[in-house]
Design a protein around this ligand. Sequence first.
Ligand code: NAD
Ligand code: ZN
Length: 360
Amino acid sequence: MLHKNFKNIDKVVFGRGSFSMLEDILEPHRKENDEFFVFVVDEYFKGKELPKKIPLKDNDLLIFENVDHHEPTTEQIDALRDKILDEKGVPAGIVGIGGGSIMDIAKAVALMVTNEGSSTLYQGLNLIKKPGVYHLGIPTISGTGAECSSTAVLTGPVKKLGLKCEWTVFNQVILDPELIASVPDDWWFNTGMDTFIHCIESENGILNNAFSLAYAEQALKLCYDVYLNEGSGRSAENDDKLMVASLMGGLSLSYSEVGVCHALSYGLSKILDYRHCYANCVAFQHLDDIYKNGVKEFKAMVAKHNIQLPKNLAAGWDDETITKMAHVSYNLPHMWHHTFGENWKEKVSIDDIKDLFKRM
Ligand code: NAD
Ligand code: ZN
């Protein structure tokens, strides 16, 4: 078995108010390249207090990106890269302030300002040719683990696949739990459940090991506090916990793997445009034969927070749609391999996967 040898984030700061360290953190990097920073900020924050606290210098570029309608695309990244290079040149660095979408945009743009051509050329593992510029992530929603992963997931004309390599990983992450207080309840639940599912899937498969398990166990404990135990729900203390859970859940899956739920979720995202975390929730509730305890706990959390998940979706899908989704899922062999072992192909067929979609 190949042991996973991951590059971690160079530096991480955690704590309420740690956003205010941004200026000092950026200072030593300001002299690099054409000596300006690009701040890519979730458009949700436009006109709010947060942008006023960004340590913007004269030459810097502040870009608000809307992430409401679709997940990041290769076209969007190429356009942003061209705009930055045309207007200003090569930045000293990129700062992403937002959820998984913005963090992936920041990671991808940091790589694409030094790599020629369209980002579609680099979708896959280790295809990026040159290191990008310095990049710093500041999550404003917790759950996806995008703050620590070595991929920037992009939807292209042909594939939904990440720019995946060591250079993708952030140089610096600022974890300030104050920033996630304003997340709407449904997103708070869905993104948190992404972390929960990362842990359950990481644990339940052949790549699970003492290292990934330690992260998963701790992240699950935090998830139970945030969503299940007495005292669960929205509070400052729980925001602190959720932010740490997201990071640890991400690290757990990096050193293990995700499983069936994520394989199905990719099918829902690619073919029906479902958002990642929501798609996971839609799929996970039906996987009790694979993740028995996890699904039981998930359902308890759904009930506790009065979350309405859709029922009988499959009734509205024709066979062609279900078949397409099943093929997207089947083409994620590492996830099936992790869940069902070396000879997973003897255990899982396209028809079996179609049946999983038909449960939804
Ligand atoms: P998101 O970034 O797509 O944002 C979701 C919504 O929340 C948006 O409407 C946004 O404007 C809003 N929002 C963000 N912060 C807010 C705040 N503090 N207050 C109020 N509203 C806020 O959400 P996400 O679920 O974190 O990210 C999903 C993306 O992450 C997908 O594109 C997916 O592909 C990607 N992803 C990446 C990885 C990775 O390892 N790179 C892993 C999983 C998912
Ligand atoms: Zn996920």
